[in-house]
Design a protein around this ligand. Structure first.
Ligand code: TMP
Length: 202
C-alpha cells in the first residue's frame, strides 16, 4: 500500500513546525513508517537552494522557480520513492506555500504557479494539508520571541503576511477536503486532540 502524504502550512510564526514530532509519533503509533522533511530543502541541493532563496534578494519569478527547483529534487529523491515504498511523508510546507507567499504575498499570477504545479507534480497532491492559522499579532509575537536571526521572509511587514494569510484561507475554502484549518491560537492540548483525530482518520 502506498504511503500517505501530509503537509504542514501556515504563515511564519503560526506554530506548525512545533507539532511535527507529535504528528510523526502518532503515525508511527499506527504502525507506519514516516519521514519528516521540509521545503524549500530536504535534499543536499535543496538545502543549498534554501539558503539562497531565504537570504538573497531576487525577482519574484526567480524565487518561484527556485522553490519549484527544490521541490523537483525533493519529489524525485525523497517523496515519491518513500510513498511508493509505503512510507508516510510529513513535509513542512509544499506548493500551497508557493500559492500563499509568491502569489498572495508577492503578487505573482496564480495561473503561472498553477502551470508550474502541473509541470512538477501534476500527478500528486497531499492526502492531507494541516493549515495552522493564527492572527497576525500572535504569529508576529511568536516570531519575535524566537532566537534565530530572521530570514528574508520573516523580515517582511504586516501587510505581506496579511496577504499571505488571506491566500491560504482562500485555498482552504477552495480545497476543503484536503486542507484542514487548525486554529493555532488554542491550547496545545486542544490542538493535539484535533491533530490526532485527523491523522487517525487518514
Ligand atoms: P520555514 O521553513 O521556517 O517555514 O521557512 C521557509 C520560508 O520559505 C517561509 O518564510 C515561507 C517561504 N516559502 C515560500 O515563500 N514559498 C514556498 O514555496 C515555500 C516552500 C516556502
Amino acid at each position: 500500500m502506498a504511503g500517505r502524504f501530509i503537509t504542514l502550512e501556515g504563515i511564519d510564526g503560526a506554530g506548525k513546525s512545533s507539532h511535527s514530532s507529535f504528528i510523526a509519533d502518532r503515525i508511527m503509533a499506527r504502525g507506519f513508517e514516516v519521514i519528516t522533511t521540509r521545503e524549500p530543502g530536504g535534499t543536499a541541493l535543496g538545502e543549498k537552494l534554501r539558503s539562497i532563496v531565504l537570504n538573497e534578494k531576487m525577482h519574484g519569478d526567480t524565487e518561484t522557480l527556485l522553490m519549484f527547483a527544490s521541490r523537483t529534487e525533493q519529489l524525485a529523491d525523497v517523496i515519491l520513492p518513500a510513498l511508493a515504498n509505503g512510507v508516510w511523508v510529513l513535509c513542512d510546507r509544499f506548493t500551497d506555500s508557493t500559492f500563499a507567499y509568491q502569489c498572495g504575498g508577492r503578487g505573482l499570477s496564480e495561473s503561472r504557479i498553477a502551470t508550474m504545479e502541473t509541470w512538477v507534480h501534476g500527478h500528486l497532491q497531499p492526502d492531507l494539508t494541516l493549515l495552522f492559522d493564527a492572527p497576525l499579532e500572535v504569529a508576529r509575537e511568536r516570531l519575535n520571541s524566537g532566537t534565530n536571526a530572521p530570514d528574508k521572509f520573516e523580515r517582511e511587514q504586516g501587510e505581506f503576511f496579511s496577504d499571505v494569510r488571506a491566500a491560504y484561507l482562500k485555498r482552504a475554502a477552495q480545497f476543503p477536503h484536503r486542507i484542514k484549518l487548525i486554529d493555532s491560537a488554542r491550547t496545545l492540548e486542544n490542538i493535539r486532540t484535533e491533530l490526532g483525530f485527523l491523522i487517525d482518520s487518514l
